[in-house]
Design a protein around this ligand. Structure first.
Ligand code: ADP
Length: 263
């Protein structure tokens, strides 16, 4: 039975809808501005930072230098390189956002791609004596952008190594489930506390930078990018984790995505 709305209630609902509409429009335009800013700022920062790196490298290459200066120059170099990586990631992210970097959807052998990526990552894992086990269903053909798929796998596997335990293990499985391919990356590493789980997808979010201190600690952008790319393909990603025990990231990608799932 239809509910009859009185005139003033109708007006109120209409007004509310208008307000929401305006809010969304304002939000969208501020996202666009933020993206543009990110892109411009990263471009501007690239030149000075490469000068800093080059100068520090030059200084360090000199024969005569006061011992005290060496460590401070090494510091400049290390931080400079970190900044340069951050800028590169920012640029990549703003490009991905703008969808300028054209994605090319074509037939990809996801089984072979996964094999290839995990072989590439083995050396990195060996440095921490981490064993990689794989369960790869053969002939998983999927229509997708190959570069994105590689980035997704590299990010998830390198996180599993980065936040994995020395002498630990990583299990990588890919298989078909109805109209999807499913990828699962499981590690028995440091894990993520329940209250932090929803935040890991946010840009620049890092649970605890002290834990991943040193050169290898990242930028907090990896998972934001992974999520974006998976959703662009019409897929989903979820995580299950226990602090101190490990994490499992599971993503699903449609074998035949709808054209232009997200613009
Ligand atoms: P980062 O560059 O810091 O690795 P990410 O966006 O890839 O950035 O990840 C965000 C945060 O999520 C990380 O800083 C880390 O705290 C947490 N995280 C990601 N993957 C894992 C994992 N496999 N195990 C434990 N923590 C993880």
């Amino acid at each position: 039975r239809r509910i009859e709305l009185k005139g003033d209630v109708k007006d109120e609902i209409y007004e509310l809808a208008q307000t929401f509409d305006n809010m969304f429009k304002r939000l969208e335009s501020s996202f666009d501005k933020e993206r543009q800013f990110t892109s411009d700022a990263s471009h501007e920062l690239r030149t000075p930072i490469s000068v800093i790196i080059a100068e520090a490298e030059y200084g360090l290459s000199q024969q005569k230098k006061p011992a005290k200066l060496v460590s401070s120059m090494q510091n400049i170099l290390q931080q400079g390189k970190k900044m340069s990586q951050l800028i590169a990631n920012l640029l990549l992210l703003s490009r991905v956002d703008n969808a300028k970097e054209r994605m090319l959807f074509e037939k990809v052998d996801f089984s072979e791609l996964t094999k290839f990526v995990q072989e590439e990552m083995r050396l990195e894992a060996e440095k921490k004596s981490i064993e990689i086990e794989t369960f790869i269903e053969p002939d998983l053909f999927i229509k997708a952008d190959q570069t994105s798929l590689m980035r997704i796998l590299i990010n998830l596997i390198s996180n599993a190594i980065k936040y994995g335990k020395v002498n630990g293990w990583i299990k990588i499985s890919v298989y078909k489930q109805e109209r999807y391919v499913v990828g699962s990356i499981e590690d028995n590493g440091i894990g993520i506390a329940m209250e932090n789980l929803p935040k890991i997808w946010n840009r620049f979010y890092q649970v605890n930078t002290a834990r991943s201190a040193g050169d290898e600690h990242g930028t907090g952008l990896g998972l934001a990018m992974v999520k974006w790319m998976i959703e662009y393909h019409g897929g989903t990603i979820a995580v299950d984790s226990n602090l101190g025990r490990g994490s499992t990231f599971v993503f699903r990608l449609p074998i035949e995505p709808e054209p232009c799932v997200k613009q």
